[in-house]
Design a protein around this ligand. Structure first.
Ligand SMILES: Cc1cc2nc3c(=O)[nH]c(=O)nc-3n(C[C@H](O)[C@H](O)[C@H](O)COP(=O)(O)OP(=O)(O)OC[C@H]3O[C@@H](n4cnc5c(N)ncnc54)[C@H](O)[C@@H]3O)c2cc1C
Length: 397
C-alpha cells in the first residue's frame, strides 16, 4: 500500500478542506455527529442545505459510474472526502441514501430504477432511512417478519420496524420484507423502498437515554408499495442486503471525527487546572490521550487499507477490513468519550450550563457512543465476521 497522495488527490483534499472550513462557519451550535444532525429542526435544515451544495459539486456521487451522475472516482478519493468531512464534523451526506441505498441500487436495480432513484440522491434532494431491524430481528436479521404480498402491480405491506434512525425527518425508507410466508430465515426476503408518507405508515419516536429524539419505530398497516419499487428479484433480498451491509461499515468517519474531538480535549486539559496544576501535567491524563492519539492514527490507516483493498478488488478481505474498522472505530469513540468525561470530573456530566466543558458535548458523545457499538451490527457480530471471513475459523451455527 502506498501512503502518498498524488498531486491531484492533494489538490482535491484542499478543495474539500476549503469548502468545509467555509461552510461550517454557518453551522448551528448543535452540529457534530449523527445524533446532533437529527436532534433538532435547525440541524436537520443545515444538513439538507449543505447536502444540496455537495450535490451541486457532484461530491455525493463521485465513486458512481458516470452514467448515473458519478465520475467513476477511485474509492480512495471518496475516503479523502469522508476524512475531511469528518474532520470538520460536517453533516450534508445522507448516510442511508448516499452510502447504503444508492450502492444497493447500483448493484441490484434495473436500468429504469437507476435512472429514477439515483439522480435525486446524487443531488442531495432526498433523504432515506433504513428499515431493517424489528423487535425480534436485529443481529438475527434474516428472521424479519414484516410482510409484503403481491396484489396486482402493488405489494401490500404489514408489520413493524424498530430503531429506525432519522425516520422522523427522512423522505424515503428502504426495507427488507418477507415476500413468501412459507419461507424461513433468509429465503423469501425482498428489498423495497417507498415514500415515508404513504397512507398506513405511522412513525413513533423512541426517546434515547439523553432525552433526544433520534430513533423511531415504524408501523405499516396495509401500505401499498408499487412493484416498481422492489429492488432485485423477489426472494433474493438477502444477498442484496448483505452487499448493503458492507457499505454501512467502511469507517474513516469514526477516526477523523475522533481526531477533531481529541484536539479539543487536548486544548481543554492544557487550559484546565486541578489541584493547582494543569490537567495536561497529570501523567495518567497524558498517557491516556497519547494512547488515544496512537489508536486514532492506526484507525485512519486501517480505513485507508480497507479502501485500498476494495480498490484492488479483494472483496472478501474488504468485508473483514470493514468489520475491523467498525468494531475498532466505535469502541475507540467510546474510550475517547470515557476519557474525556473522566478527565472533566463532575463537570463532565453537565450539558446545558456555563460550567459545562467543551460546550457539554462530551456527555452527549458518551451516551450516544453506547448505541453506536450496537448499531449497524454489534461488536460481537463484527468479531464473529472477522473470525469467519478473515481468520477462516469454523462457524458455530
Ligand atoms: C443507536 C442505534 C441505531 C440503530 N439504527 C437502526 C436503523 O436506522 N435501522 C435499522 O434497521 N436498525 C437500526 N438499529 C438496530 C440495530 O441494527 C440492532 O439493534 C442490532 O443489529 C442488534 O440487534 P438487536 O437489538 O436485536 O440485539 P440482539 O441481536 O438481540 O443482541 C443482543 C446481544 O447479543 C449479542 N449477540 C446476538 N447474536 C450474537 C451472536 N451470534 N454471537 C455473539 N453475540 C451475539 C449482540 O451482540 C448483543 O450484544 C439501531 C440500533 C441502535 C442501538
Amino acid at each position: 500500500m502506498d501512503f502518498k497522495l498524488t498531486e491531484e488527490q492533494r489538490a482535491l483534499k484542499l478543495a474539500f478542506e476549503d469548502f468545509f472550513r467555509e461552510e461550517m462557519k454557518q453551522a448551528p451550535e448543535t452540529t457534530g455527529g449523527l445524533e446532533a444532525l437529527l436532534a433538532s429542526e435547525e440541524s436537520w435544515k443545515f444538513h439538507r442545505t449543505l447536502g444540496k451544495k455537495l450535490g451541486e459539486k457532484g461530491w455525493l456521487s463521485r465513486p458512481w459510474p458516470k452514467a448515473y451522475g458519478g465520475c467513476d472516482a477511485p474509492i480512495v478519493e471518496q475516503q479523502l472526502f469522508n476524512e475531511v468531512r469528518a474532520k470538520y464534523r460536517a453533516p450534508g451526506v445522507d448516510p442511508w441514501g448516499v452510502e447504503m441505498f444508492a450502492p444497493t441500487v447500483l448493484i441490484g436495480g434495473t436500468e429504469e430504477q437507476k435512472k429514477r432513484i439515483l439522480p435525486p440522491i446524487a443531488k442531495g434532494e432526498v433523504h432515506y432511512c433504513q428499515g431493517w431491524s424489528e423487535p425480534n430481528a436485529g443481529s438475527d436479521l434474516a428472521s424479519v417478519r414484516a410482510t409484503a404480498f403481491k396484489a396486482g402491480d402493488y405489494y401490500i405491506v404489514n408489520g413493524q420496524k424498530i430503531w429506525t434512525t432519522g425516520a422522523h425527518f427522512a423522505d424515503h425508507i428502504f426495507l427488507l420484507l418477507r415476500t413468501d410466508s412459507s419461507s424461513r430465515r433468509n429465503a423469501g426476503l425482498s428489498v423495497f423502498y417507498c415514500q415515508k408518507d404513504l397512507p398506513g405508515i405511522e412513525v413513533r419516536p423512541i426517546q434515547y437515554m439523553n432525552g433526544k429524539h433520534v430513533y423511531n419505530e415504524i408501523f405499516f398497516t396495509d401500505v401499498k408499495i408499487p412493484e416498481a419499487n422492489r429492488i432485485g428479484q423477489e426472494g433474493e433480498g438477502w444477498g442484496l442486503t448483505r452487499e448493503t451491509m458492507n457499505f454501512e461499515r467502511s469507517g474513516i468517519g469514526y477516526f477523523a471525527g475522533a481526531k477533531t474531538v481529541l484536539a479539543e480535549l487536548v486544548r481543554y486539559v492544557k487550559n484546565t487546572e486541578r489541584d493547582g496544576k494543569a490537567l495536561s501535567e497529570n501523567p495518567l491524563v497524558r498517557q491516556r490521550l497519547a494512547k488515544l492519539y496512537r489508536d486514532i492514527e492506526l484507525g485512519i490507516a486501517l480505513s485507508y487499507m480497507g479502501a485500498w483493498t476494495q480498490h484492488k478488488g479483494n472483496a472478501m478481505r474488504a468485508v473483514t477490513m470493514a468489520s475491523m474498522a467498525k468494531v475498532y472505530g466505535t469502541e475507540l469513540n467510546q474510550r475517547l468519550a470515557t476519557a474525556a468525561t473522566e478527565a472533566m470530573g463532575l463537570y463532565g456530566q453537565l450539558e446545558q450550563s456555563d460550567w459545562a466543558p467543551m460546550g457539554g458535548s462530551m456527555i452527549d458523545a458518551f451516551q450516544m457512543a453506547i448505541g453506536m457499538n450496537i448499531a449497524a451490527g454489534s461488536s460481537e457480530i463484527q468479531r464473529n465476521l472477522i473470525a469467519w471471513v478473515g481468520l477462516m475459523l469454523p462457524r458455530t451455527k
